[in-house]
Ligand binder design. Structure first.
Ligand code: DGI
Ligand code: FE
Ligand code: FE
Length: 207
């Protein structure tokens, strides 16, 4: 299975039209890239993202594709990420960070080049799903929030995040940003500058 996951069967899939069959092929490609537990998380994010897309009037299909691919690269090796950063035009400062920051920002590169997904909104949503950003498209907000509130998540604050998500997506983005930053500071880990920019835009009160 590990050899299969590593070398096998990565295929560019035709997602337009996004039929039930096309979705299932994408689901297979994603499943091959990750553990069972992470795959369950991804399906949960898809469920939440579709609900939010319906709630806020966004394409259910694009929400599904972005959700299914948001953690596509999460189990890639550090060496693989480093290779892409060094050779495919990424900011070399990224080398000082790790999987938490790479799997979305650089992970979108794998999604584009291995799965053939070129939709800019989808790729942006993947890139921003961990850190957020001061400016986010509707899809980026949907994926950022869905990742946090999917049914499998269970941590203090998740109920409040779910409540806000149906009420006001921007408030959900702000709540999640504050919670995540507090959590990271509690662990004494370095904060990626974009995470702070997100906080300044969505949470901080400017006088
Ligand atoms: O990939 P998931 O686990 O579904 O969720 P995620 O992509 O939102 O977050 C992945 C990890 O990244 C999570 O443990 C929180 C962490 N993270 C988010 N922002 C930052 C961060 N870690 C560091 N060091 N710095 C950040 O700014
Ligand atoms: Fe992630
Ligand atoms: Fe995720």
């Amino acid at each position: 299975i590990s050899i299969f996951r590593k070398w096998g069967c990565i295929a560019m899939i035709k997602l337009n039209p996004y039929t039930e069959e096309a979705r299932l092929l994408l689901v297979q490609q994603v499943q091959m890239q990750m553990s069972e537990a992470r795959f369950e998380h991804v399906l949960g994010v898809e469920q939440s993202a579709i609900a939010l897309a319906k709630r806020y009037g966004y394409s259910v299909e694009k929400a599904s594709i972005a959700a299914l691919t948001h953690d596509y690269a999460k189990e890639r090796s550090a060496d693989e990420f480093r290779f892409i950063i060094e050779n495919k035009g990424f900011d070399l400062n990224l080398l000082r960070w790790g999987n938490a920051i790479w799997h979305g920002l650089v992970g979108a590169y794998f999604v584009e080049h291995e799965l053939g997904i070129t939709d800019h909104d989808i790729l942006e949503a993947i890139r921003l799903h961990t850190t957020g950003a001061p400016q986010m498209s509707l899809l980026s907000k949907i994926i950022y929030v869905a990742d946090y509130i999917e049914p499998g998540r269970d941590f203090p604050g998740v109920e409040e995040a779910r409540r806000l998500a149906v009420l006001d997506l921007d408030q959900a983005v702000a709540f999640e940003t504050k919670q995540t930053l507090q959590y990271l500071i509690g662990k004494n880990v370095p904060i990626y500058p974009k995470t702070i920019e997100t906080y300044n835009q969505w949470v901080a009160k400017h006088s």
